[in-house]
Design a protein around this ligand. Structure first.
Ligand SMILES: *Cc1c(COP(=O)(O)O)cnc(C)c1O
Length: 230
């Protein structure tokens, strides 16, 4: 068994245990394997162990992997910041984008999404702990952006994403995740048909699942430590 396969088993068990602890069905939580900084071979190993959905932060690096691995029919999620000059690459190569926090970016993604591909699946990124240097919009701005994005023709709005700062303990992590969950619930209450709450990483996936996450994004616990900074 490869290290990646073994790690995937451990992470899947963590997700299952967290679902059980939260009284949730295991099928409610998807696992996204964050392969940023790791090469195509690592992705192939994870795929061989049954992992089909991958998250990438750096567009150029991701496009190389996506092109090299097209025959595997993997699902690719952009979870890094998207600048205007990168929207075309994202629209042409990814299945999902989790990091939309400006209408202008969503508009470009919709315009540039090739007609032969299905709509681009999108989450609105919310900055729930007011982390000073982070992207994502304030919770009170999410509804207005979500309503605009939902009207774009080549985009399908799926939900809300957040990357909180590491919290000191489980309760503190849950408190921040609850704010993201509240945004998700608010958008649904406003009539948007959303099914994805993207939150939780290697260190805090249990708290995220306890707080309602439907998609955890896990890198280090699957692929090991990154030598390059994220
Ligand atoms: C790197 C990254 C992850 C994975 O983080 P780990 O701590 O390695 O699990 C998840 N989400 C985003 C947005 C990331 O940039």
């Amino acid at each position: 068994m490869t290290m990646i396969e073994k790690n995937l088993q451990i992470v899947r068990a963590r997700v299952s245990d967290a679902c059980r602890a939260a009284g949730r069905d295991r099928s409610e939580v998807a696992l996204l394997a964050v392969s940023k900084t790791f090469d195509a071979d690592a992705v192939v190993q994870a795929c061989a162990a049954g992992q089909m959905a991958f998250g990438e932060n750096y567009i150029q690096e991701a496009v190389q992997k996506i092109s090299a691995l097209r025959h595997l029919n993997l699902q690719w999620h952009c979870i890094g910041p998207v600048q205007s000059n990168k929207t075309r690459l994202v629209a042409e190569h990814f299945d999902w984008v989790h990091t939309v926090d400006r209408f202008k970016i969503a508009q470009r993604l919709s315009e540039q999404r090739p007609a032969h591909l299905p709509a681009l699946q999108v989450c609105i990124q919310v900055n729930a702990d007011a982390g000073a240097t982070k992207s994502g919009l304030a919770p009170q701005e999410a509804l207005a952006l979500a309503q605009q994005v939902a009207g774009l023709p080549r985009i399908r709005l799926r939900g809300v994403m957040s990357i909180p700062e590491p919290a000191p303990d489980f309760a503190a992590a849950c408190a921040v995740f609850a704010k993201v969950r509240a945004v998700f619930d608010q958008l649904k209450a406003a009539g948007l048909a959303l099914d994805t709450l993207s939150m939780g990483m290697s260190a805090d996936l249990e708290a995220a699942i306890q707080s309602g996450s439907t998609m955890v994004r896990v890198g280090t616990a699957i692929f090991g430590g990154r030598s390059r900074a994220a």
